[in-house]
Design a protein around this ligand. Structure first.
Ligand code: F6R
Length: 607
């Protein structure tokens, strides 16, 4: 969603802002703008569409200076046009603001200000912020910001500059991500550290309610009541290469290829002498010992990992797992207590619905385990126990390594839990561990020879509608495969539990309908196979995704993608990687914007 970057220092701000905004492009946006202090006046430049448009505009104007804020907007209130593009300015021109989040009471504030004669120029919720700042302003910048943010309902990450203070940027945050970062004689604000890794690695994530005052040589942090706070900076070990393509055509391809290394890292961190050792979970051993049921809650692909996780945990640990989509869970009054731990899965750690689900669970006394990829993110900070997935920054909007590391964490969680409950013998745990150890190399081999899958992508690039079908762990793979194809190639598709087809959906199968049938789970192969035959009988064009062990059972004339054999419980992983490749090449063949699919945002920070 929206991206924010701000710079104050002794260098020209414009190149830093444009570079930062380019690094934030992955979050998804439809317009961009910057505001710069230029001879004590604030100059604003904005443009609809891609950053290149903004750059062209700036080249032909005189926007220079050492202090500025920039923004990429993902439209929520008002069309994605120049009028609604950030930064927004108060009517008197004194305050200029960039904002990520949603001001829920904007209409009330807008009406009140209009009654006082204030004129608005955009359709956005954001514009109330600079207008309210100007309305309350009494010369004390910090006090005015504090008064204004205390009136805002909803979520905000704000970057504010005021014409009277050309040596300051003010940042404020509630329920939308924002960091402040320290350099040498220069300081920054940003939606995330990837925006400014070229300049610094030292930063703090603002807490809800925090207000920060940045000058070129200092950062001062305040709480809501403007009491000064300690600044506990952290230094990231991320390198700028982590946010570059490094020779790959797309971030998605790069990130797919990083999966083996990332999974190996998690394996090495958590498996010792054929046992799964997770000190983070040792701390909540009591909770796990006494748990009645586990909830696993997330959005999108992260939710799909919970489906695969459920099958494995229930099988190995004999504990009920209930999965839900965060946006549903938060409004359905689930039965929660201290004996129902809730696993919240999130790559970004900032997904609004997942955060709401987490907070609801905690309010009702349920312990929260976060499976999270971003250190310092809201879900990272608010979970009672964090399983950090260490995938590194994921830039492509469609998740790949984020998904794979979340899934690996579920596998490790299931083994740890089964071990501590004694539901699986030591020998079996050792066997599962050795299967996990082999997974990265199998993925490496799959990624190194993609010709067969590429050929299927070419064959089906013109399809209008795909069906992905499977049972159990194969169904979990089907769900993720369907989303991957939809989101990056814009081809409609759906995932169905194979056994459910006969109950209605099979009516949609016609001659030539492409059906990808997942049958890598060997225990269920025969069932999966008979469902594949049912659709073939109705004219479908079926591709079976099958383990090498069952390859010969696929009758002649059927298309297949053969995967190296993996123990059934972990088969989703290889199936999904195969489908990442499939989706990637369909999108590539169709000339789609693979890393930044239309309408999508990487981090969904609004409800
Ligand atoms: C799909 C995808 C999304 C995310 C979802 C949750 O490829 O990336 O479906 O999985 O938006 O995001 P996080 O994991 O950041 O909470």
């Amino acid at each position: 969603m929206c991206g924010i970057v701000g710079y104050i220092g002794y260098n020209q701000a414009t190149p830093v802002l444009l570079n930062g905004l380019a690094r934030l492009e992955y979050r998804g946006y439809d317009s961009a703008g910057i505001a710069i202090f230029n001879d004590d006046k604030i100059k604003v430049a904005k443009s609809e569409g891609k950053l290149a448009n903004l750059k062209n505009k700036i080249e032909n104007s005189d926007v220079s200076g050492f202090v500025g804020i920039g923004h990429t907007r993902w439209a929520t209130h008002g069309e994605p046009n120049e009028r609604n593009c950030h930064p927004h300015t108060s009517e008197n021109g004194k305050f200029v603001v960039v904002h990520n989040g949603i001001i829920e009471n904007y209409d009330v504030i807008k009406r009140q200000l209009r009654e006082k004669g204030v004129k608005f120029t955009s359709d956005t919720d954001t514009e109330v912020v600079p207008q309210l700042l100007a309305y309350y302003y009494d010369g004390d910048l910090l006090k005015t910001v504090s008064k204004v943010v205390n009136e805002l309902a909803g979520s905000y990450a704000l970057g504010i500059i005021c014409e009277d203070y050309p040596d300051k940027i003010i940042a404020a945050r509630k329920s939308s991500p924002l960091i402040v970062a320290k350099g040498e004689g220069e300081n920054f604000i940003a939606s995330d550290i990837s925006a400014i890794l070229d300049y610094t690695k030292t930063y703090i994530t603002l807490d809800d309610g925090d207000i920060a005052e940045l000058k070129a040589d200092s950062i001062t942090l305040y709480d809501k009541e403007l009491n000064e706070k300690e600044t506990d900076f952290i230094v990231t070990d991320l390198d700028v290469s982590a946010v570059m393509k490094n020779g790959y055509d797309h971030f998605m391809l790069k990130e797919m290829n990083e999966q083996p290394e990332k999974l190996r890292g998690l394996y090495n961190d958590y498996v010792k002498d054929n046992k799964v050792v997770v000190p983070e979970l040792d701390k909540i051993a009591d909770v796990l010992d006494n748990c009645e049921k586990i909830y696993a809650v997330a959005c999108g692909s992260a939710y799909h990992t919970s489906i695969a996780g459920k099958y494995v945990i229930e099988k190995l640990c004999r504990v009920n797992v209930e999965t839900d989509i965060a946006s549903e869970f938060r409004y359905r009054d689930p039965i929660l207590n201290e004996r129902t731990p809730v696993i919240i899965i999130s790559q970004s750690g900032e997904t609004a619905d997942s955060i709401a689900a987490l907070r609801m669970a905690k309010e009702q006394g349920a312990p929260v385990i976060g499976i999270v990829n971003v250190v310092g993110s809201t879900i990272y900070r608010e979970s009672d126990c964090v399983l950090y997935t260490k995938a590194g920054p994921e830039i492509a909007v469609a998740t790949t390594k984020g998904y794979a590391t979340q899934l690996m964490m579920f596998y490790l969680f299931a083994l740890y839990f089964a071990q501590s409950k004694g539901t699986v013998s030591e020998e079996e745990i050792a066997k599962y561990c050795s299967e996990l150890e082999m997974l990265p190399a199998k993925i490496e081999r799959l990624l190194s020879d993609t010709k067969t899958i590429e050929a299927f992508s070419e064959k089906y690039k013109g399809a209008n509608n795909f069906f992905f079908i499977g049972r159990n762990t194969d169904y979990a793979a089907a769900m993720e495969a369907s989303l991957k194809v939809k989101e990056i190639s814009y081809i409609n598709s759906d995932a169905y539990a194979s056994g459910e087809l006969k109950h209605g959906t099979i009516a949609l199968i016609d001659k030539g309908t492409p059906v990808i049938s997942f049958c890598a789970n060997k225990k269920l192969f025969d069932k999966a196979w008979s469902n594949a035959e049912e659709v073939v009988a109705r004219g479908a064009d079926v591709v079976c995704v099958v383990s090498e062990k069952d390859e010969d059972k696929i009758q002649q004339g059927y298309e297949k993608i053969v995967l190296e054999d993996v123990i059934d419980e972990f088969s989703t992983m290889l199936e999904v990687v195969a489908m990442q490749i499939f989706a990637y090449y369909i999108a590539k063949n169709n000339g789609c914007d693979i890393d930044k699919p239309k309408n999508l945002a990487k981090s969904v920070t609004v409800e």
